[in-house]
Design a protein around this ligand. Structure first.
Ligand SMILES: Nc1ncnc2c1ncn2[C@@H]1O[C@H](COP(=O)(O)OP(=O)(O)OP(=O)(O)O)[C@@H](O)[C@H]1O
Ligand SMILES: [Mg+2]
Length: 315
């Protein structure tokens, strides 16, 4: 029995929960979720990735984990503990020095959607997951695609939600579909979710294209739903991602300074700024710098600048 004497109120949690979802499938959720985990670790954060795309789980393969013995299905059954299913990754030297870490709770095959679990299975899962409270600073959940209740419930429950879209019209329309579903679900208040709903434009050709895509979605949301998600950032289309996926590697681990890697680091920096008020400067991906070098006028102005600077040095 809880009495005044033995009751200590729980200390306020510092754990941030973030779900990653999309309208259309195949837009880069899993890659961004995993890369973001390693980028946050580089900033000294302890991150746990959860493959919450139940039934379609593949984060373990993507992260190069061979034959994960246990997965979330074992938590649901109650046959294994969190400790037994958690996979720990080697992180960069920078992350290690800063105290950052990345672990994964692999998802299993053939698990029912979370919304379809019976109350006992749900209870066992929730009991196990509540053990994560003190083990991480950030929990990133790869929640899957579409507007099923199972996917949307992650957005509802998380402190923050990253809605991933690409510049393709089909992906944009489906992203809008998610925003609309989130706002109109009878079982939730739209205000509650819009605060934490943020967009990331993946596979963008440039920051300008990403911004235009985000603006289109924001305008339509404002006009028809009276509320719009915040635009958090973009990830450039980058062949390092395809290469890494083919080799079962997370591109951010092998090539953190690639254009896509820098974009993810910028997103991680913005999240830290939002969540913890830490100020981390943006870097410009090399691909963007090169793009800005296009054109004759830019060439001439750079030429004048270098000539002038050289002259100054001679004086
Ligand atoms: N920025 C990018 N540049 C180039 N290719 C990318 C980029 N992001 C993702 N891809 C490609 O898209 C594919 C799908 O990525 P990913 O598996 O992360 O998507 P997903 O949204 O998780 O898919 P699903 O809905 O099936 O879970 C990857 O295999 C990769 O080749
Ligand atoms: Mg995925």
């Amino acid at each position: 029995m809880v009495t005044d004497k033995n009751f200590t109120p729980p200390s306020p949690s510092t754990l941030h929960t973030l779900s990653v979802l999309s309208g259309k499938g195949g837009v880069g959720k899993s890659n961004i979720a995993a890369a973001l985990a390693f980028a946050l670790a580089d900033f000294g954060k302890r991150v746990i990735l959860i493959d919450a795309d139940l039934g379609m789980a593949n984060l373990d393969i993507l992260c190069g984990v061979r034959n994960a013995r246990y997965n979330i299905a074992h938590l649901i059954e109650g046959s294994r503990t969190l400790k037994e299913i958690m996979v720990h990754f080697k992180t960069s030297e920078r992350a290690e020095k800063a105290g950052g870490s990345v672990s994964l709770l692999p998802g299993g095959y053939g698990i029912k959607e979370i919304a379809d679990l019976d109350e006992y299975a749900m209870g066992r899962l929730f009991d196990a997951l509540s053990g994560l409270e003190d083990l991480a600073d950030y929990i990133i959940m790869d929640a899957g695609a579409g507007i099923h209740r199972g996917v949307l419930s992650f957005a509802y429950a998380s402190e923050m939600t990253l809605l991933i879209t690409t510049p393709e019209p089909t992906s944009i329309r489906d992203a809008y579909g998610v925003i609309k579903s989130l706002g109109t679900q009878a079982w939730r208040g739209s205000d509650e979710v819009s605060g934490g709903l943020m967009m990331v434009v993946n596979m963008a050709a440039s920051s300008r294209e990403a911004q235009e895509v985000a603006e289109r979605i924001r305008l339509a949301s404002m006009q028809f739903l009276g509320n719009a998600p915040m635009y958090l950032g973009y990830v450039l289309r980058d062949p390092v991602i395809e290469r890494a996926v083919k080799n079962c590697r997370i591109f951010y681990r092998s090539e953190p300074s690639s254009p896509a890697g820098i974009c993810v680091r910028n997103i991680a920096g913005d999240l830290l700024r939002l969540c913890e008020g830490v100020d981390i400067k943006h870097e410009e991906p090399a691909a963007e710098r090169v793009q800005k070098k296009k054109g004759m006028r830019g060439f001439l102005s750079r030429l004048v600048k270098t000539l002038f600077e050289d002259d100054k040095k001679k004086i």
